[in-house]
Design a protein around this ligand. Structure first.
Ligand code: SME
Length: 176
């Protein structure tokens, strides 16, 4: 199980339990995600298809990736599905930056209570960000936004682990 630092969500107060993905759905989704990227060496193409597969199968408002721009020391928008998003994210500001700088997953039940939250869409109420770590460094983050408060829990962090691990293990083998 991955460590996590911020959990602004009381799992007893999830307001839309039916909107959460169950274990079976996640299992099928992860199998689909892994087979989508199997054998394909292009990193951008793989991330694009992962975002599309996840968006298509869920009610997530926004799902996608921010990539580390090493030259500028910023996160830059990668493949995603959903409304237009902030192109660049900066150190010390927002949920994605927190995942980048700490290397730990971030679960935010109510983004309006998260100091420094970078609001790309007014409809977002909850957010989950998982770092993608390669050789001890965060190379990208996987970001999901939901319109439902308290939409995410540790269950989602663990359920998404097969995809995150596949990304981490293949990252340096793929062509950028
Ligand atoms: N809310 C994020 C910014 C990215 S968007 O949600 C797509 C953050 O606070 O870092």
């Amino acid at each position: 199980m991955r460590q996590y630092v911020r959990y602004l969500c009381d799992s007893d107060t999830i307001d839309q339990p039916d909107m959460q993905l169950n274990e079976e759905t996640y299992k099928t989704l992860m199998q689909q995600c892994l087979s989508l990227i199997e054998g394909e060496p292009n990193r951008m193409a793989n991330m694009a298809n992962l975002a599309a597969a996840l968006s298509n199968a869920t009610d997530w408002h926004w799902v996608g990736f921010y990539l580390l721009d090493e030259r500028r020391d910023e996160l830059v928008l990668g493949p995603f599905q959903g409304p237009v998003a902030c192109t660049r994210l900066f150190r010390g500001k927002g949920v994605c930056a927190e995942a980048w700088e700490t290397g730990l997953p971030q679960i935010v039940g109510n983004v309006h209570e998260y100091k420094g939250h970078v609001a790309c869409s007014a409809a977002t109420n909850a957010e989950l960000v998982l770092p993608i770590r390669v050789q001890g460094r965060v190379v990208a983050v996987f970001d999901v936004d939901s319109v439902h408060f308290n939409a995410f829990s540790v269950f989602d962090v663990n359920a998404l682990e097969p995809m995150i691990s596949a990304l981490e293990n293949s990252w340096n083998l793929w062509e950028s």
